[in-house]
Design a protein around this ligand. Sequence first.
Ligand SMILES: [Zn+2]
Ligand SMILES: [Zn+2]
Ligand SMILES: [Zn+2]
Length: 257
Amino acid sequence: MKLTFLGTGTSTGIPAIGCDCEVCLSSDARNQRRRASVYVEAGDTQVLIDTPPDFREQALIYKVRHIDAVLFTHSHADHIFGFDDIRRFNSIQDAVIPAYASTSVVADLRRVFDYIGVDPVPGVYRPRIEYREFNGTPLAVGQLDVQPLLVEHGQKETHGFLLHSDGRTLGYFPDCHRMSDAVVDALRGVDVMILDGLRHRPHATHMTVAESVALLKRIQAKRSYITHVGHDLDHGPTEADLPDGVFLAYDGLILDW
Ligand SMILES: [Zn+2]
Ligand SMILES: [Zn+2]
Ligand SMILES: [Zn+2]
């Protein structure tokens, strides 16, 4: 399995507009973070998780050339506002692309993008998407088996994903405030676990770095990565303080296992 971090930033992106803090002005490229998304490849199957506002740039920079399916964690703006750019992949692949999301997220996508998922209008360039609703049920995309798992993340219904392929496993949970014991049990011992860690101060809908590290310790992945990072965290010093086996993700980081 191979994963590319297309974005590892919180909802504002870093640098944040109009901010002169040390991290936003930092020359360390790892402190420049687009909104959270990953591209996962397993054999000849390629899936995109979430379509952030930065998706076009991310696809160009990291050379995303093919998408078999899009998976949505939830419908916050920082995870869906690049959805329209999927139409380029419809053209490249000459195919309708399936989008997997929970029933409530599909309803939000249909409301926000009321021209997507309806009958095409001749001569008008729109994404061609087939919505596939999941509600806790496992799904399969090519060589990837995907188990959506519900977490707490404020008002919006939010899932993370446990992915399996050919004996390799991955947990991707970029937006999570609390996780049930049942979900922790389902994730225990995964090869790679990715979880949010916004900052050190408590937040209403995201984990702090300490909360994330504590939860990662319970999950006991072989390797863990913190994502959805805010501008309170300077990459170098923050990662230096993390325990063994836990790393701070950054845009463009590739994992191959
Ligand atoms: Zn988010
Ligand atoms: Zn800043
Ligand atoms: Zn969110």
